[in-house]
Every structure is written in C-alpha cells, then in structure tokens.
Design a protein around this ligand. Structure first.
Ligand code: ZN
Length: 155
C-alpha cells in the first residue's frame, strides 16, 4: 500500500489586509447573516456571492422545524444566483457567522453539502470559485472550491 498526501493552500490574513472587493464581499455576508432565520440554532450565517458581471447575490441560513428542510447560507446564495443569473459565473463567495455574542472570532467553514454545490458551480462556469471564510477580524481564503473538497465526487 502507498499513501498519497493531499495538500491544500489556505491563505490567512486580517480582514484589513484583504482587497477592497474582498472586504465588500465579507461585509455583505455579515449583513446577510443578520437576516437569517435561526429559531433553533441561533447561529446566523451569511454568504455573499460575487458574479463575473459584478453583481453580488446574498444568502443566509433558513431553518425549519422539519430540520432537513432548512438550507445553509451558501446554498441559498448560490441557488439564488443561479436563478437570477443562470449563465454568469460565480467568481467568489464570502461566508461569515454570528451568534448572540456577535461575529464569530474564528472563520466559519462551509459544510460538506455546500462544498459539493460550490464545486459544481465552479465546474459549470469553468473558472475558479474563490472561497472567503471570514471571522470577526481574520479571514481564510482558498482560491478554488476544489481545495475544500479533495477526492471530490464528479459525474
Ligand atoms: Zn452548508
């Protein structure tokens, strides 16, 4: 048996050191999280997707008493972008979370299902989908959603 090691590059920096476009996207994700419907978890997540035409489409998590019926912020944003701009690539998505104490200090990472949707979004467009995972003051960035889902499922 052999072992294949997989390495991903995760850039880390202060939000203040991000580009203007990245900071705008993070701010939109933070604002979107305030609109989340989270009566069960009280954990609000916001996402903001930057499209190739410059549009920003936001999403926030939506919970439901029938738990599997809810949806994460990232997929709300990406699916909304798919409806409003079906042929426009998504260049980046920012994610930010907050609870009753305010914005979470550590960057929030997307769940497995959202990673799969990001990956297919990237495959559809043919351009990398940058994922910006924001904490209150620091951010972690991968330049492609592929980095978040090694050994990915593809059809
Ligand atoms: Zn998710």
């Amino acid at each position: 048996m052999t072992t294949r090691n997989i390495t991903i590059a995760v850039e880390q920096c202060d939000i203040a050191d991000c580009s203007h476009a990245e900071r705008v996207l993070i701010r939109r994700a933070q604002e979107a999280g305030k609109r989340a419907y989270t009566p069960y978890s009280h954990f609000n997540v916001g996402a903001a997707a930057l499209l190739a035409n410059g549009e920003i489409v936001i999403g926030c998590n939506q919970e439901n008493a029938a738990f599997p019926s809810g949806l994460c912020a990232e997929r709300v944003a990406l699916f909304a972008a798919g409806v409003a701009f079906p042929d426009v690539p998504v260049k980046a998505i920012a994610i930010a979370a907050q609870d009753a104490q305010g914005f979470c200090e550590q960057p929030v990472y997307p769940c497995g299902a959202c990673r799969q949707v990001m990956l297919e979004t990237e495959h559809r467009s043919g351009i990398p989908l940058k994922v910006i995972m924001a904490g209150a003051t620091t951010v972690e960035i991968v330049q492609s959603s592929k980095d978040l889902l090694p050994l990915q499922f593809e059809m």
